[in-house]
Design a protein around this ligand. Structure first.
Ligand code: S3P
Length: 440
């Protein structure tokens, strides 16, 4: 799908000499994790669910297209709105064609769990990047539940065999992963007995919260979840909060460009997502939360960020799972900070949409930044960011992070292969330029 598209960006420094800076309100799109889950649960619920704030990104649309291919009627009356006529737990129909998850690891891993409990076979495929991502982390525990999923030596495509009776298990995750936890819980809906997941560090709990909202009895607390098969999901309305991971680029951008101030309204503030907020505050950032409230059972608030000089930190390892998607942009904050930043305990970054440690290190070196790669992190010395050309390797978050770097570089930063930004944040360029970026 996206492996063949190429789109390069040029990010130019804002003209600090003439007092240019970032300012205004930036309304970021809906949360990717919540959007995927809202679509999957609505599809297998009984009745019609109305989703608002659905992310119009390629990843989440791919999940919707897969469910439509499996017989679910989904209407899109307006941008961000979906009306899903659920078919019930056993109402999906098999498809002879492969189910294309695009670039989405979340889509593929969660669907593997959901499809393991069906009566029909399915084949899950993905783009070039997704085809290199490890799947044994879901296929191994699902096999222990009785599923049969054939992979290509641990990689997609996944051939999920239907008609296997599933049995609940108690599983201690070797790596903290909300995707693996969620895949097991979704398979657990179809299993005999109890499915219990224990995590080494708590991860985002959207699947647990949403299952409860759809009426499925579930026990959960940070790091633990347990449910039993044999219940039903009842359609409900879902309001998707704005994605903290999309807000993250603007939090760093306004922090590092002198004179800037931005407001990001109604962003999802689930504590399992906001590790970057704490990390940036430890670095000296000035970020406040205003109008805090609740929407669709999730905590939300306006993030108000003003420029502040940043300094390097030793990142507390406990923050890593709560900011797992924010490291590319944290690396840019570290490059613009005074002194040294050390990141450890983040080996998972090597198996994201790209190897995010290697991709960031290569790009940062091309811009003259001193960065030493370690197996599970990096040591970054803050200093001047030079101009040059970097490659995103088709990784959306790397592309947007270097667009932020360009704001404070000594000259233009050219970023290769940015088309995949549409997977998570299709309107990024427009929003960024609307608040003062010079991105073309
Ligand atoms: C996600 C979980 C995380 C995250 C990904 C979205 C989810 O992946 O990196 O972007 O929606 O469950 P892991 O479960 O692999 O840590």
């Amino acid at each position: 799908m996206s492996g063949t598209r190429h789109l390069d960006w040029v990010s130019r420094p804002v003209d600090a000499v003439h007092g240019a800076c970032l300012h205004g309100d930036v309304v970021v799109p809906g949360d990717k994790s919540v959007s995927h889950r809202s679509m999957m649960l609505s599809a297998i619920a009984e009745g019609t669910s109305h989703i608002r704030g659905f992310l119009e990104g390629e990843d989440t649309r791919a999940t919707a297209a897969v469910l439509a291919q499996l017989g679910v009627s989904i209407e899109a009356p307006s941008d961000g709105e979906r009306i899903v006529r659920g078919v019930g737990l056993h109402g999906l129909r098999g498809s002879h064609k492969p189910l294309d998850c695009g670039n989405a690891g979340t889509g593929m891993r969660l669907l593997a769990g959901l499809l393991a409990g069906q009566s029909f076979d399915s084949v899950l495929v993905g783009d070039e990047s997704l085809s290199k991502r490890p799947m044994r982390r879901v296929t191994d525990p699902l096999a222990r539940m009785g599923a049969q999923i054939d992979s290509q030596d641990g990689l997609p495509p996944l051939h999920v065999r239907g008609g296997r009776p599933l049995q609940g298990i108690r599983y201690e995750l070797p790596v903290a992963s909300a995707q693996v936890k969620s895949a097991l819980l979704l398979a657990g809906l179809y299993a005999q007995g109890s499915t219990e997941v224990i995590e080494p560090h708590p991860t985002r709990d959207y699947t647990e919260r949403m299952l409860a909202a759809f009426g499925w009895p579930i026990e959960f607390s940070p790091g633990h979840a347990r449910l039993e098969g044999g219940h039903r999901l009842r359609a409900t309305d879902v309001v998707v909060p704005a994605d903290f991971s999309s807000a993250a680029f603007f939090l760093v951008a306004a922090s590092i460009v002198p004179g800037s101030s931005l407001r990001l309204p109604a962003v999802g503030l689930n504590p399992r997502r906001t590790g970057l907020l704490e990390a940036l505050r430890l670095m000296g950032a000035d970020i406040r939360i205003e109008n805090q409230g609740e929407s669709g059972g999730e905590s939300i608030g306006d993030l108000v960020v003003h420029h502040a000089p940043l300094h390097g930190i030793e990142l507390p390892e406990a923050l890593v799972p709560d900011m797992i998607d924010e490291f590319p942009v944290l690396f840019i904050a570290a490059a613009s900070a005074q002194g040294r930043t050390v990141v450890r305990g983040a080996a998972e970054l090597r198996v994201k949409e790209s190897d995010r440690i290697a991709t960031m290190a290569a790009g940062m070196r091309a811009l003259g930044i001193r960065i030493e790669e370690t197996p599970d992190g990096a040591i970054i010395d803050g200093g001047a960011i030079g101009s040059g050309t970097v490659h995103s390797h088709g990784d959306h978050r790397i592309a947007m992070s270097f667009a932020v770097a360009g704001l404070v570089a000594t000259g233009a930063v050219t970023i290769g292969d940015c088309a995949n930004v549409a997977t998570s944040f299709p309107g990024f360029v427009k929003l960024a330029n609307g608040c003062g970026f010079a991105l073309s």
